[in-house]
Design a protein around this ligand. Structure first.
Ligand code: NAP
Ligand code: GDD
Length: 358
């Protein structure tokens, strides 16, 4: 049974990737940050009591196993690698909000930049000590292209415009360097924006779909936003984790742009989302400078020819379907809220009470 380790397993992509790998027969290990309250909603439905999984050495292999750890703690990363013995490592952990990276620049660089380096060093030592290869996926971003003209592909220059993007460029180059210097299998995905009903609530797509649904049901009236003319290439997260997995199944590691090839402005997203609910967005949206960035990236649109040709990957969900999926999910959520129930979690099932070791 193949084993995978996912950093950032509690995030949007981590949850879809864990589902994909469990469905393909993997034993999946995930790293969870300690926090004073539960934040495992996206993976609760995948969780099984560790006593039933044989963490004590008596049960069956497989399932989702959680470990406390942090990208800031190299010692913990090393111990988790030794415990999990993974064949594949997916580095998805990051402070992933671009606007927040201007407020918390050192922290963002530490987690997303140096954190990747800590992990690569740990994998390097672990693979040597264990005497077997370990394949690594590094979650790079279209943000790394910054002002490079669209459409961007693997040959486009990196012109990052935020602390987040600079950290991701550093992680990308750490990956290439470790690949060349030590022969490690490190694949760099350069993924354009991907969304889903599990998207964090402060990213613009889910912020819009959740607000539109609540406005439709009279639960709120206004939506405060920043830049509306920026264009992004929005795909579905469930499709993009397939590309991550495919990158680690190749005979040699490489760098791949993953994108739909179609871009839309925030304004167009508003029109589509509010339009699905027969609402006029202009009657509800208020521009608020606090949601603007010190510098903006006007246009990201990816050319994923290499991924399509080499990995055989294609996006299944297109823009209109993605918007509909998110709006319909959030309308259901708002209906439950209006009915008086607590807003449901994004995933069904009971809560995962952490790694079960503390
Ligand atoms: P996300 O929902 O923000 O999830 C980020 C994950 O990283 C969460 O599990 C978070 O844990 C974890 N994390 C944050 N700081 C950490 C730390 N110090 N130590 C350990 N874990 C930490 O992001 P996503 O949308 O799933 O994206 C996954 C990865 O792909 C990220 O690296 C992101 O930068 C990159 N990416 C995303 C997109 C996109 O459009 N979604 C595009 C390109 C690249 P908590 O739950 O505890 O916060
Ligand atoms: N978050 C947010 N909130 N964005 C807003 C708002 C607002 O109120 N109003 C306008 N925007 C604009 C942003 O300025 C940006 O141009 C666009 O909406 C998308 O913003 P986000 O949804 O925050 O995503 P992002 O493109 O900055 O970053 C996401 O995609 C990257 C890949 O290109 C994140 O997932 C990154 O982690 C990822 O690397």
């Amino acid at each position: 049974m193949p084993r995978a380790l996912i950093t950032g397993v509690t995030g949007q992509d981590g949850s879809y990737l864990a589902e994909l790998l469990l469905g393909r027969g993997y034993e999946v290990h995930g790293i969870v940050r300690r926090s004073s309250s539960f934040h495992t909603e996206r993976i609760d439905h995948l969780y099984t009591d560790p006593h039933l999984l044989g963490d004590d050495g008596h049960g069956e292999p497989g399932g989702l196993r959680l470990h406390y750890g942090d990208m800031l703690d190299g010692t913990a990363l090393r111990r988790i690698l030794d415990a999990a013995q993974p064949d594949e490592v997916y580095n998805l952990a990051a402070q992933s909000h671009v606007r927040v990276s201007f407020d918390q620049s050192e922290h963002t660089a530490d987690v997303a930049g140096l954190g990747a380096l800590r992990l690569f060093e740990a994998v390097r030592d672990h693979a040597r000590a264990a005497g077997r290869p370990v394949r690594v996926y590094q979650a790079g971003s279209s943000e790394m292209f910054g002002l490079a003209p669209a459409p961007q592909n693997e040959a486009s220059p990196f012109l990052p415009r935020s602390p987040y993007a600079v950290a991701k460029v550093a992680a990308h180059h750490f990956g290439v360097t470790f690949r060349e210097a030590y022969g490690l299998f490190i694949a760099n995905g350069i993924l354009f924006n991907h969304e889903s009903p599990r998207r964090g609530e402060t990213f613009v797509t889910l912020k819009i779909t959740r607000a539109a649904a609540r406005i439709r049901l009279g639960l709120q009236d206004r939506l405060y936003l920043g830049e509306l003319d920026a264009r992004r290439d929005w795909g579905f997260a469930g499709d993009y984790v397939v590309a991550m997995w495919l990158m680690l199944q190749q005979p040699v590691p490489g760098d791949f742009v993953v994108a739909t090839g179609e871009s839309h402005s925030v304004r167009e997203f508003l029109e589509a989302a509010f339009g699905r609910l027969e609402l006029d967005w202009q009657a509800h949206v208020v521009l608020d400078p606090r949601y603007r960035r010190p510098v903006e990236i006007p246009h990201l649109c990816g050319d994923s020819t290499r991924a399509r040709a080499t990995l055989g990957w294609t996006p299944r969900v297109r823009f209109a379907e993605l918007v509909a999926m998110m709006v319909d999910h959030d309308l259901d959520l708002a209906q439950r809220e209006r009915a008086g129930g607590a807003p449901p979690n994004v995933g069904p099932g009971s809560r995962a009470p952490g790694p079960g070791r503390a």
